[in-house]
Write a protein that binds this ligand. Structure first.
Ligand SMILES: C[S@@+](CC[C@H](N)C(=O)[O-])C[C@H]1O[C@@H](n2cnc3c(N)ncnc32)[C@H](O)[C@@H]1O
Length: 406
């Protein structure tokens, strides 16, 4: 690489880290640790995405697309550096640790390799041989030949190099396969992007002595490509109005025509005087507490011009009721840069759904903590062994995930 472009890349990298530090203050994010900052300043991110411009490679909140399926959907991307920094801090990598990264790209494994140092070990695994091929090439070219690159469906982990002090999953996991827990060392930690009744949270779990997983308090909203292979899970979306309105994560059958008519009909508004804070944490709270929950996606145009009016956020947590009725979370300014949250009710039973929703929002306003505790047990664990203060249990083929707000 010519000297000038190396200098440009170095400058772009320092600027990227400076911007990240500035944004974390502005957005009140968990601060990046000094050790992660140091490795971000060092590892040449652009060398892992030669197809991208320097500006794209060093953008703080941009996932660089690497691979697409035939239908154009992205199946692999180099994650946004903001997310990588956050997950490395969630993982808490220390010198000498053994790390498994699930979902490769090369760059994140290089950062991990710097953090665990020469006494540590990093293994990265991807189901896609093109992804591992390029990761291997770019890791070798940048001096990280010590990182192991494995091509395989990570549903079954990488048993031959286990146990791992840390497993970092960089692909959206519907369920947590038993191999991941089994391949963790005693006292180990698993960081994974999960789907919890439609809510995306990247959670750091500590392995408890009895073998179940307990979340650490700092989980975050993130968006990842979904897992392929044996652990793939297709989430069902229902088109309510073309591409403009869709319902996701629905656990019941829905009368789509009635719902569409309801959303175009009159609405009743409920404003219980609850402040609008931490919308993604409120989403998880609602998803856990609502009996008939779903997530409504409404395109910007429809939000501005009806039928749904100004809903709080897209995607929006909703409560369903009979006859296509629905209660949708809403938001309005109360002055001084503050907002309150409320509910819009649509359809013949919209009021019932809205009353349930308002109760959930009022309870949210009284909660002690906004962060859920998330615990994961193997499927088959009897209810009697789950925490008594559980709000909701999500049963999946391998696991029982328990949500509570202690
Ligand atoms: C977001 S990308 C990985 C990003 C990378 N860790 C980074 O930081 O740049 C997700 C990767 O997961 C891979 N993947 C999907 N399903 C998988 C599976 N079952 N086993 C292993 N890798 C999988 C995809 O091929 C894709 O490359």
């Amino acid at each position: 690489m010519p000297a000038t472009s190396t200098a440009n890349a170095d400058q772009a990298r320092q600027d990227m880290v400076d911007t990240l530090l500035r944004l974390q203050t502005e957005w009140n994010m968990t601060p990046i640790s000094a050790r992660v900052e140091e490795v971000l300043r060092k590892v040449p991110r652009h060398a892992f995405v030669p197809e991208a411009s320097l500006a794209e490679a060093y953008e703080t909140d941009y996932a660089v697309p690497i691979r697409r399926a035939e239908d154009g959907l992205i199946t692999s991307s180099m994650s946004a550096v903001r997310v990588q920094a956050m997950m490395l801090d969630q993982a808490g990598l220390e010198p000498g640790m053994r790390v498994l990264e699930i979902g490769s790209g090369g760059y994140n494994a290089a950062l991990a390799s710097e953090l665990v140092g020469p006494a540590g070990e990093v293994t990265t695994v991807d189901i896609d041989a093109d992804v591992t091929g390029r990761a291997r090439r770019y890791l070798d070219a940048t001096g990280y030949g010590n990182v192991r690159v494995v091509t395989r469906d990570a549903e079954f982990g990488v048993a031959e190099f286990a146990p791992y002090d840390r497993i970092i999953v960089t692909v959206r996991a519907w369920d947590l396969p038993p191999a991941w827990t089994a391949q963790l060392a005693g006292g180990g930690r698993l960081v994974a992007p999960m789907r919890l009744r439609g809510v995306s949270r990247t959670v750091a779990f500590d392995l408890a002595d009895d073998g179940h997983l307990v979340s650490r308090p700092d989980h975050h909203l993130t968006v990842f490509v979904p897992m392929q292979g044996a652990g793939a899970h297709e989430e069902r979306g229902i088109a309510v109005q073309g591409e403009d309105i869709a319902l996701y994560d629905v656990e019941e059958s829905v009368d789509v025509a009635a719902l569409r008519a309801a959303l175009h009909g009159p609405r009743a508004e409920f404003w219980p005087g609850v402040e609008f804070v931490y919308p993604d944490r409120m989403h998880l709270w609602t998803a856990a507490h609502a009996d008939r929950h779903a997530t409504l996606h409404i395109s910007g145009d429809v939000v501005e011009h009806g039928p749904a009016g100004r809903v709080a956020q897209r995607p929006t947590p909703v409560v369903l009721a009979d006859g296509g009725s629905v209660a949708v979370r809403a938001k309005r300014a109360t002055g001084g840069g503050r907002f309150e949250t409320g509910v819009f009710a649509y359809g013949p039973h919209g009021r019932e759904a809205a009353e349930h929703y308002v109760d959930i929002l009022r309870a949210w306003a009284k909660r002690k903590d906004t962060m859920a505790r998330i615990e994961v047990w193997p499927s088959g664990t009897p209810d009697a062994d789950l925490p008594e203060d559980r709000v909701r249990v999500l049963d999946k083929p391998h696991t029982r995930t328990v949500l509570s707000w202690p």
